[in-house]
Design a protein around this ligand. Structure first.
Ligand SMILES: NC(=[NH2+])NCCC[C@H](N)C(=O)O
Ligand SMILES: [Mn+2]
Ligand SMILES: [Mn+2]
Length: 324
């Protein structure tokens, strides 16, 4: 058994305590099947690998949560959002689950589910790290998409395209059950957000990124500088002394490696580039939470095993697996 890291994780109580939350939720978008992502990843042996190969002590309730008891009776579109009550209540509950792990100093791994769940995961880590360490978190968002639409700018109405807007306060919650639970204080500063892998960004999203000077590395930058230089710049922007939440949308990878996802976009990262990003984040010793989202085994069923294998690989790399 190898130890999880040669570099001591800076912001965790104990280096090898891993909280796992499996979220079988698909309400942030319209294609069924992404709720089966966590089960597929776990059946492929991911958690066993983390335990046996990387030496983590797992804190997991052995459940894939579908939050069925929380589902609203009726959930009409609101301000153009699809399933607003369901996404709000699920992310609120998830925020508590992630918070409970993070406040004990566990590294938290959340397996999704669509990317709307990051409203809950980032809110949970942000609160726990603020309370435990008095620090703001940084978020590295690896994705083909910027997911920074507000309900008003979104063309699709799918909330998986909006999590960053809710987390940074660009989109405002209203009543408690309509994302009001997020409170008025933003959970994430736009200054502490870094994107990698972007290549399908809506017009309104581009304007927001420009107007706020958000640090974003598109596939153009990956082509131009190479992934190593991109990671130096990305981590340089965050600084060496900031807890990092890594939110990895599997569609950041090229469909060649991850075809089974709801909104695939050609021209993406190779699996090695994705793994490299995860390895570099691990090496900082500052990782406090990771999400892996948008694995949908029912889409491009032929490529589902590829996609699941890629997802497992990304998680292992972020959690300290090395090639040698
Ligand atoms: N997490 C994702 N895969 N997001 C895709 C978002 C696509 C598009 N920008 C939208 O707002 O609908
Ligand atoms: Mn995406
Ligand atoms: Mn996404």
């Amino acid at each position: 058994m190898t130890s999880p890291s040669t570099i001591s994780p800076k912001f965790l109580c104990a280096g090898n305590e891993l909280g796992v939350v499996a979220v079988g939720f698909s309400g942030g978008q319209r294609k069924p099947g992404v709720d089966a992502g966590p089960t597929a990843l776990i059946q492929a042996g991911l958690l066993t690998q983390l335990k046996e190969d990387l030496g983590y002590t797992l804190h997991h309730d052995d459940e894939v949560h579908n939050y069925s008891s929380l589902m609203p009776q009726s959930d009409p579109d609101y301000r153009n959002m699809k399933n607003p009550l369901a996404v709000s209540v699920v992310t609120q509950r998830l925020a508590t689950q992630v918070y409970d792990h993070a406040k004990h100093g566990h590294l938290v791994l959340t397996l999704g589910g669509d990317h709307s769940i990051a409203i809950g995961t980032v809110a949970g880590t942000s609160r726990a790290i603020k309370e435990r360490l008095g620090r703001e978190i940084a978020v590295i968002w690896v994705d083909a998409h910027a997911d920074i639409n507000t309900p008003e700018t979104s063309v699709s109405g799918n909330i998986h395209g909006m999590p960053i807007a809710f987390l940074t306060g660009l989109a405002k919650g209203e009543k408690e059950e309509m994302f009001g639970w997020l409170g008025v204080e933003p959970k994430l500063s736009l200054k502490k957000l870094v994107y990698i892998g972007l290549r399908d960004v809506d017009k309104c999203e581009k304007k927001v990124l420009r107007d706020h000077g958000v640090r974003a590395f598109s596939m153009h930058d990956v082509d131009k500088y190479g992934i190593a230089r991109v990671m130096e710049m990305a981590l340089g922007h965050i600084g060496t002394d900031t807890p990092i939440h890594l939110s990895f949308d599997v569609d950041a990878l090229d469909p060649q490696w991850a075809p089974s996802t709801g909104t695939p976009v050609r021209g993406g990262l190779t699996l090695r580039e994705g793994d490299y990003i995860a390895e570099c984040v691990h090496e900082t010793g500052s990782l406090v939470a990771m999400d892996l989202v948008e694995v949908n085994p029912s889409l491009e069923a032929m490529g589902a095993q590829e996609t699941i294998r890629a997802g497992c690989s990304l998680v292992r790399c972020a959690l300290g697996d090395t090639l040698l």
